[in-house]
Write a protein that binds this ligand. Structure first.
Ligand code: SF4
Length: 229
């Protein structure tokens, strides 16, 4: 129960992980590390469910907490009442910052679930501007994710983007998508799971970083070093 220390390739700015929702993620991305772990231990993933005991977790103070790092809290098959209960619990510990990362930010545009711009920061993944069948599973296209993030930024939310695992892209279109989201920060990382993704060459990644740094803060994750050094 409760908060866990980040391990492996987690964001360097995250202090804690909190996973009150567990089970299968309907987005089914081919590179999903959760699926990989489950497979390694030859387990079956349950249907998504709320772990009631997590609603008694002490979330403490002064931390950056990544909520539902092992699933997508806003996937369309997560019940509204689960989301409302999870968000309500974060509000009981208002001295933290909560990172809500989702590939379905449109769901937050449609219903706020009590999310507040002072407490919660919203992030989406833009692996590439392209649609890559067989990799991005059933997740909404990155163009739709970016459009929803633009709406959330207009509503006053702090938005950020994660380009991880980075997949080959078209520079101008990629920049256009990210600029649209008004992201205050862009995290860039590479595949850590040997998933044989179509990755961009080093020069293209460095050009993307240089262009992004003209309008936002860029955080390069350690695992990007495999492609950039
Ligand atoms: S959205 Fe995240 S948790 Fe869900 S399948 Fe994709 S990588 Fe896994």
């Amino acid at each position: 129960m409760s908060l866990k220390n980040p391990r492996g390739d987690m964001y360097p700015f995250v202090d804690w992980l909190w996973n009150p929702i567990r089970g299968r993620c309907q987005h089914d991305c081919s590179y999903c590390y959760v699926k990989r772990i489950v497979k390694r231990f030859r387990r079956e993933q349950a249907e998504p469910h709320l772990v009631e005991t997590e609603l008694r977790a002490n979330l403490g103070r002064f931390g950056v907490i990544f909520v539902c790092s092992g699933c997508d809290l806003f996937a369309s098959d997560i019940l509204d009442e689960y989301i409302i209960e999870v968000v309500a619990h974060t509000q009981r510990f208002p001295d933290n910052i909560y990172l809500l990362q989702t590939k379905n930010p449109q769901r937050i545009v449609s219903s706020s679930f009590g999310i507040s711009s002072g407490l919660h920061q919203i992030c989406t993944t833009v692996e590439t501007n392209r649609w890559v069948p067989g990799v991005m599973g059933k997740a909404p296209p990155t163009s739709l994710r970016a459009l929803a993030m633009a709406r959330l930024a207009e509503q006053g939310y702090v938005t950020s983007i994660t380009v991880e695992p980075i997949i080959d892209f078209d520079l101008e279109k990629m920049l256009q998508l990210i600029r649209m989201t008004k992201a205050r920060q862009v995290n860039i990382g590479a595949d850590s799971g040997k998933n044989n993704l179509p990755e961009p060459p080093k020069e293209k990644i460095l050009e993307l970083i240089a262009e992004l740094e003209k309008f936002t803060q860029v955080v390069q994750k350690k695992n990007l070093g495999r492609l950039t050094t």
